[in-house]
Design a protein around this ligand. Structure first.
Ligand SMILES: [Zn+2]
Length: 541
C-alpha cells in the first residue's frame, strides 16, 4: 500500500481503531515472572499474541521497536489513596522558603486553579530575616480573593489571610480556645496566626472540594502514578463524590490508571452506591469492595493489641468498634455483593477481622476474597487462618523498612515473629497483594519490590535485612505487585500478566529487573507506561 494511502487511512480511522493492530517488537519482554517474549501484538487494547523470533506477517497500523528494552506487565498498587496523593501534591509547598518574599512567591505560583481554598504547609519564620511571624496582611498582598491557610513546618501553627478569617468569622471578640492561641496586633485584632487548638477555628471552615477540584487533584495523582509504572490502583477509601468524578474521567477518556475502588465504610457512601460497579469503561473503573477500619496505627499506639504495648504498660491500643458491630458491617457489605477489606494493624485487630470473616463466609473460602489491609502484627496462630479463609493479606513492604525501629519498641521481639511476616504468610498458602499506602509512603513500586526482597532500607540498613527470614523472592515480590494484586480485585483474567486476551498494560524499564543486583532494585526507572495498548507516560504532546 502506498504510504500516502496509509496515512490517509490512519487520519480517518476513529481513535479506538487506531490503537488496534499494534506490533511491539525487539523487546526484552517478560509476560510474567518466567515466560519471555520479544514481540507482542495488540488489538483493541488487548494482547493478541506474544512470541519469540519472527514477527507474524501482517499489516500493522502502528509498529514500535523497543530496541531491546525490558518490558513487563504494568504494576498494581493494591493499597493507595489517590485523592490523598493529589491533594498532598497540589498543596503549596513552603518547605525551605528562606524569606517571607519567597514564601509569598510560592503561594502565587503553586496555588491550584479555581476559586476555592488554597492550602499549604512547611513555612518556618525562624529561617526568615527578622524571624517575625507573618500576618494575614502579608498574604493579602498576593492573594486576597481566595481563602488561604498555610500550616507551619511543625504542624503546630497555621497562617491565614483575611478572606479565611472572614469565612471563619474571626474578629477581635473571638476568644483563645483552651490549649490554643490567636496571635493579635496592638488593637487586639487577629493577626492571621493560629497556634495549636486555635487552628481548629479555621480548619472547621475549609469547604469540601468541588467536583472540579477533586478532578484536578486526581489528575495530578494519576500522572505521577503513570510515571512510576503503575497501571492499576486499589483506591483504599473512596466516597460517592470521588467515584462520580472517576466515572466522568472514564467517559472523557482521561482515566489513565485503572481504579479498583474500595468504598469508604459500610455507611452512607455504600448505601448511596447500592451495588457493585463492575468493569466500567473497559475495566477502567470497578467498585466492588468496601473498606472498613477496626483499629489505628502502630506509631501512635492506636493499633489494637492482645497484650500491652511494650513501651507503654497498661495500653493495648483501641478498637474502632466492637466485634458485633464489625460483624454486622461485614455481613451487610457481603450481602450487597461487595468484597470487604478491613484495615487491621494490631494482633487483636487482625484476630477480630478474621473472626468476622469466619462468621460471615460460613465455610466458603473461595468466593469472597475478603482482605485484611496492612496485616502488620499478627499472632502466629492466626497466620494460617488467612489461607484457611481465603483472606488476602494486603501488605505494604515499605512499611516494614520504615517502621522497623518503632515497631520493635512498640511490640517487642516476641510479637515481631508475626510482624510484617511475608514469608510465613506465603508459606501458609496465603495470597499477598502488595501496595505502598501512598501518600503515607512514596508510591514507587520498585521501592516496594526492593523492600520485599531485601528487608533493608535504601541505605542498605540493617545489613542482611530486618528479620531476613521473612524476605520474599524477587518473583514472589513481582507477583504481589502484579497477578496476585489482580487476584485480590477479581481481575486475574484481565490484568497482571501479558497473555492473549488480557489488557496490554505494560511498562518499559531502564534495566532488566530480573538481572540487576538486589541492591539496585529501588533505582529502576520507568521509561514508558502503556495502558490498553496506548502509551500514557510520557504523555503524548
Ligand atoms: Zn491506607
Amino acid at each position: 500500500m502506498p504510504v500516502v494511502f496509509l496515512i490517509a487511512i490512519l487520519l480517518f480511522l476513529p481513535k479506538a481503531l487506531l490503537a488496534a493492530d499494534v506490533l511491539i517488537h525487539h523487546a526484552n519482554g517478560y509476560a510474567d515472572t518466567e515466560q519471555r517474549f520479544n514481540w507482542m501484538t495488540i488489538h483493541d487494547g488487548r494482547v493478541v499474541a506474544i512470541g519469540n523470533g519472527e514477527v507474524p506477517p501482517a499489516e500493522y497500523s502502528s509498529v514500535f521497536d523497543m530496541q531491546g528494552k525490558t518490558l513487563m506487565p504494568g504494576l498494581i498498587d493494591a493499597h493507595g489513596h489517590v485523592l490523598g496523593l493529589g491533594q498532598y501534591r497540589i498543596r503549596v509547598d513552603l518547605v525551605g522558603s528562606d524569606s517571607l518574599q519567597t514564601a509569598l512567591g510560592r503561594v502565587t505560583e503553586q496555588a491550584p486553579p479555581g476559586t476555592g481554598w488554597v492550602l499549604g504547609r512547611g513555612w518556618n519564620q525562624v529561617l526568615w530575616p527578622g524571624k517575625k511571624f507573618p500576618t494575614a496582611a502579608d498574604l493579602d498582598r498576593v492573594m486576597a480573593d481566595r481563602p488561604v491557610w498555610l500550616r507551619r513546618i511543625d504542624g503546630h501553627a497555621g497562617w491565614a489571610n483575611t478572606r479565611a478569617l472572614q469565612i471563619a468569622g474571626i474578629d477581635n471578640a473571638t476568644p483563645d480556645p483552651v490549649g490554643g492561641e490567636i496571635h493579635r496586633d496592638a488593637e487586639g485584632n487577629a493577626s492571621g496566626i493560629f497556634v495549636d487548638a486555635a487552628m481548629a477555628l479555621i480548619d472547621q471552615h475549609i469547604a469540601r472540594p468541588s467536583d472540579d477540584e477533586v478532578r484536578y487533584a486526581l489528575d495530578v495523582a494519576l500522572k505521577e502514578l503513570n510515571s512510576l509504572g503503575i497501571t492499576s490502583v486499589h483506591d483504599a477509601g473512596v466516597d460517592t463524590q470521588t467515584l462520580m468524578v472517576y466515572k466522568r474521567m472514564v467517559d472523557d477518556g482521561e482515566l489513565s490508571v485503572r481504579i479498583y475502588a474500595m468504598i469508604s465504610d459500610a455507611g452512607e457512601h455504600l448505601d448511596a452506591i447500592g451495588k457493585p460497579l463492575l468493569s466500567y469503561g473497559d475495566d477502567r473503573l470497578t467498585a466492588r469492595s468496601v473498606k472498613l477500619y477496626i483499629d489505628g496505627a502502630l506509631g501512635s499506639r492506636g493499633a489494637a493489641m492482645i497484650s500491652d504495648y511494650c513501651d507503654e504498660p497498661g495500653n493495648k491500643g483501641l478498637v474502632f468498634s466492637g466485634q458485633d458491630e464489625l460483624d454486622r458491617m461485614v455481613w451487610k457489605a457481603l450481602g450487597m455483593g461487595f468484597q470487604v477489606g478491613i484495615h487491621a494493624i494490631g494482633d487483636l485487630g487482625n484476630r477480630m477481622a478474621l473472626d468476622a470473616f469466619a462468621k460471615a463466609q460460613r465455610g466458603d473460602s473461595v468466593r469472597y476474597r475478603n482482605r485484611i489491609e496492612h496485616a502488620q502484627i499478627v499472632a502466629l496462630e492466626d497466620i494460617p487462618r488467612f489461607a484457611g479463609l481465603g483472606v488476602i493479606a494486603s501488605m505494604q513492604p515499605v512499611h516494614a523498612t520504615s517502621d522497623k525501629n518503632m515497631a520493635a519498641d512498640r511490640v517487642g521481639e516476641k510479637r515481631l515473629a508475626g510482624g510484617y511476616a511475608w514469608r510465613k504468610f506465603l508459606d501458609s498458602g496465603a495470597v499477598i497483594a502488595a501496595g505502598s499506602d501512598f501518600p503515607v509512603e512514596y508510591a514507587n513500586p520498585f521501592h516496594g519490590i526492593y523492600a520485599a526482597v531485601t528487608r533493608m532500607d535504601q541505605n542498605g540498613e540493617p545489613t542482611g535485612g530486618w528479620y531476613p527470614g521473612e524476605r520474599m523472592t524477587l518473583p514472589e515480590a513481582v507477583r504481589a505487585f502484579t497477578i496476585d494484586a489482580a487476584y485480590a480485585a477479581f481481575q486475574e483474567n484481565d490484568l497482571g500478566e501479558l497473555r492473549p486476551g488480557k489488557w496490554a498494560d505494560f511498562i518499559v524499564l531502564d534495566r532488566d529487573l530480573f538481572k540487576v543486583d538486589e541492591a539496585e532494585l529501588w533505582q529502576i526507572q520507568v521509561e514508558e507506561t502503556w495502558l490498553a495498548g496506548v502509551r500514557v507516560f510520557p504523555a503524548n504532546e
